[in-house]
Design a protein around this ligand. Structure first.
Ligand code: PEP
Length: 246
């Protein structure tokens, strides 16, 4: 049976009380012996409290790639580890565009995760103009090859890739199955170029307006190993409903 990763990205949503309600509902509904891995990328503010429950992998949406220092407003990987956070989301398009995170800065985060043996999901994906110009494959190769340049084969188990076409995030406009098949197959070939046969085992998630109507056909694609879910993850039962498509 294929093992999938279903990752909820709450972004900057929910209050502390709503976050606890979500977790209670998730714990009530989740199938205990599910073979799949569920992850929750919550605002860091709630991480310590959520991690106490130990029923779902809690990840962080952001971290600064230094261990400590004068970086007002930021949190470090050792700080996240100290409260039970288990992984980091890196390179989400919202961080790239609103917070001007360059691919070189994203590489620093990847390297910091590797240094701490801290798992991470590395997001990549093109904007609409790049797709229209038919330059999306080379764009994605550049994003990935810069970010993973220094990842060693021994560190590969830490890494998950998420393909998130920017034009599909939060828009309701999901990529077509053909588009997903093409890009996921291409990302797999980039991973094999870098890491040889070990690249076959790196999970590749799809993200971009996944919902209960399209999840089944997306998760049936051969190189799709799970999903990164924004809007449809804000309600625990809707999020878990997607797992029934796996
Ligand atoms: C995301 O936040 O990464 C995402 C894919 O959002 P949505 O599912 O809402 O498109």
């Amino acid at each position: 049976m294929r093992k999938f990763i279903l990752a909820a990205n709450w972004k900057m949503n929910l209050t502390a009380a709503e976050a606890q309600d979500w977790l209670t509902q998730f714990n009530d509904l989740v199938t205990e012996n599910s073979t799949h891995e569920f992850r929750l990328y919550a605002p860091s503010l709630f991480s310590a409290e959520l991690a106490k429950s130990n029923t779902i992998h809690i990840g962080a949406q952001n971290a600064f790639p230094s261990d400590f220092g004068a970086f007002t407003g930021e949190v470090s990987i050792p700080q996240l580890i100290s409260v039970g956070v288990k992984s980091l989301l890196i390179g989400h398009s919202e961080r790239r565009s609103y917070f001007h995170e360059s691919t070189e800065f994203i590489k620093e985060k990847v390297d910091a995760c590797c240094q701490h043996a801290f798992p991470f999901i590395l997001c990549c994906g093109e904007d609409f103009e790049t797709r229209e110009k038919d330059e999306y494959l080379s764009f994605i190769r550049n994003q990935l090859s810069t970010a993973i340049e220094q990842v060693e084969k021994e560190q590969l188990a830490l890494m998950v890739i998420a393909y998130e076409p920017i034009w599909a995030i939060g828009t309701g406009q999901t990529a077509t199955i053909d588009q997903i098949l093409e890009v996921h197959g291409y990302i797999r070939s980039v991973l094999i170029d870098f890491f040889g046969e070990l690249g076959v085992a790196v999970p590749i998630l799809y993200g971009g307006s996944v919902n209960s109507s399209n999840a089944k056909s997306i998760f049936a694609c051969p190189e799709v190993n799970g999903g990164l879910i924004g809007g449809a993850s804000l309600n625990a039962s809707v999020f878990l409903e997607l797992a029934s498509s796996l």
